[in-house]
Ligand binder design. Structure first.
Ligand code: KG4
Ligand code: ZN
Length: 490
């Protein structure tokens, strides 16, 4: 089944086209990392505004990467970020769309910037219906994270009218057979943008809608077949900095390249082990570790998963980000701490291994951050620590060793008790070089797979892959789909 998938659970706006056997035709991501770096963490309100702004360009780019000329010749020239910018859709907090969620307030500008959808009108009436801002407003689609648009599909104000449009004006010329979307868990304002977009596309293209659990996406990303050159990424710069002129193409198996000078994504290079997934099979253990979650999950099939443990407080990526902030290293913390750790002595500072000896599989990382703060104080303060040639690297190495030790010990225990011999490690923290190397060293008898970084970080290809196995909603229920910030793994 050819699926157009959408993911907006946190601070990546992503769309992908995925076919049978999880073959990825396109994988497009707009990262807001540099927008949030100014605040040393994700600001939910900014995240949802950026999603609103970039959602349609990302969908269009995903279609263009997948179907090339077809989309281009249809006049869907949304590819150029410059055009988006010059359309007045400045993504910054200071931008014109500042206050607005769907903020399609400058519809005319969008049009004049060449963002008008195809003659066939697929996206015009489908996407966030840029054509009718006032209707959006009057339909109660104010996009605040508080959730006004929760219940709404863009078309709820007059479904009959939309149905008529769908049958007469909307043509799905790309052979898309279903729309998939991350329903949760995540930031509610961010999720809402993706869910409402997906509902609108499904309605106007008369396609089934498939809600997907975000963690399930990470777990099934291992089955994605991502051909060379099908990934595109674009980083939104912080306010006041020039926008990148075009999408960057990310080679399938290479690291996510640093684009901006401030906080490159996944700076680490995925040396081994990124093994071919062809032979991978069920059952397996999944370790999903990112800025928002850490979960150990037993996966018996796409529809049979069991959560064994998760974080009780901070996720590991969050711990990396907080420690980096304490050390004055900027945001996101993972890549830079990983790089410094590689040159440090991991035994220089004695740091705790929280919950290591409890029988459960749950994690806790907030105490580790506190221990790092104490270590800085004991050393004589941050200034003194940073003056030293080696202390900063040693502290990063000691912190990273503690995180890796806890993650891998619990993982090893789960593999043993569950009698599993296959392991997938996914999520942003799975880009960590130290973790990859240590896991390969400790788990030599295990079939271990780290998906490539572009599939570890939040992306829509994994949502499309998971959707291949999931049932679509009955059409009568599709428009009532809501986003679920705290959705438990089904
Ligand atoms: O999966 P992701 O892109 O977004 C979510 O949080 O869902 O993960 C981002 C997190 C950030 O906390 C970042 O610091 C962390 O992943 N991260 C890393 C590395 N690269 C990114 N953590 C450790 N080592 C890395 N190399
Ligand atoms: Zn994630």
């Amino acid at each position: 089944m050819r699926i157009l998938a959408i993911e907006t659970s946190c601070d990546e706006t992503a769309a992908a086209v995925v076919e049978d056997d999880c073959r990825v035709l396109s994988n497009v991501i707009v990262s807001q990392m540099r927008v949030h770096s100014v605040y040393s963490g994700v600001v939910p309100e900014l995240a949802s505004r950026c999603h609103i702004e970039y959602m349609l360009p990302v969908v269009r780019e995903a279609l263009e990467v997948a179907f090339g000329g077809e989309v281009r010749s249809a006049g869907l020239s949304l590819s150029s970020h410059e055009k988006v910018r010059s359309a007045g859709l400045s993504p910054s907090p200071g931008g014109e769309i500042r206050s607005a969620g769907l903020s399609l307030s400058s519809h005319e500008k969008v049009r004049s910037a060449g963002l008008s959808p195809s003659p066939g009108g697929e996206i015009r009436s489908a996407g966030l219906s840029l054509s009718s801002h006032e209707k959006v407003r009057s339909a109660g689609l104010s996009p605040s994270p508080g959730g006004e648009i929760r219940s709404a599909g863009l078309s709820l104000s007059s479904p009959g009218e939309n149905r008529a449009k769908a049958s007469t004006r909307i043509e799905n010329r790309y052979g898309i057979e279903a729309i998939a979307v991350t329903r949760g868990p995540g930031l509610i304002g961010s999720l809402l943008v993706g869910v409402e977009t997906a509902k609108t596309l499904a309605w106007t293209w008369n396609l089934p809608l498939i809600p997907v659990h975000h963690t399930m996406g990470h777990l099934l990303s291992v089955f994605c077949e991502l051909p060379e050159g099908q990934s595109r990424i674009l980083e939104i710069p912080p306010e006041g900095q020039p926008a990148p002129a075009q999408w960057e193409t990310i080679p399938a198996a290479s690291p996510i390249r640093p684009i901006g000078p401030i906080c490159p994504i996944g700076l680490t290079s995925p040396t081994a082990p990124t093994r071919p997934t062809a032979a991978f099979d069920y059952p397996y253990l999944g370790l999903v570790i990112s800025g928002g979650h850490s979960s150990l999950v037993r996966v018996d099939s796409p529809l049979r998963m069991r959560l064994l443990g998760s974080t009780l407080d901070d996720a590991p990526g969050e711990a990396y980000d907080k420690v980096a902030k304490c050390l004055g290293l900027g945001y996101p913390g993972g890549p830079v701490v990983d790089r410094l750790a590689a040159e440090g002595d991991s035994e220089a500072f004695a740091l705790p291994r929280p919950l290591l000896h409890t029988r459960e599989y749950d994690f806790s990382f907030s105490g580790l951050k506190t221990a790092v703060v104490r270590a800085i104080q004991d050393f004589g303060g941050l200034a003194r620590l940073r003056e030293s040639e080696t202390a900063l690297k040693d502290l990063c190495a000691s912190f990273q060793a503690a995180v890796i030790d806890v993650l891998l010990k619990k993982t090893e225990r789960a593999l043993k008790r569950e009698r599993l011999r296959r392991l997938v490690v996914a999520g942003g923290v799975a880009c960590n070089r130290g973790l990859r190397a240590e896991a390969a060293r400790r788990l030599q008898s295990v079939h271990l797979v780290f998906p490539p970084p572009v599939l570890c970080t939040d992306n829509a290809a994994m949502i499309g892959a998971a959707a291949q196995y999931l049932p679509p909603l009955p059409r009568s229920e599709a428009l009532a789909l809501d986003a679920r910030a705290g959705w438990e793994l089904p």
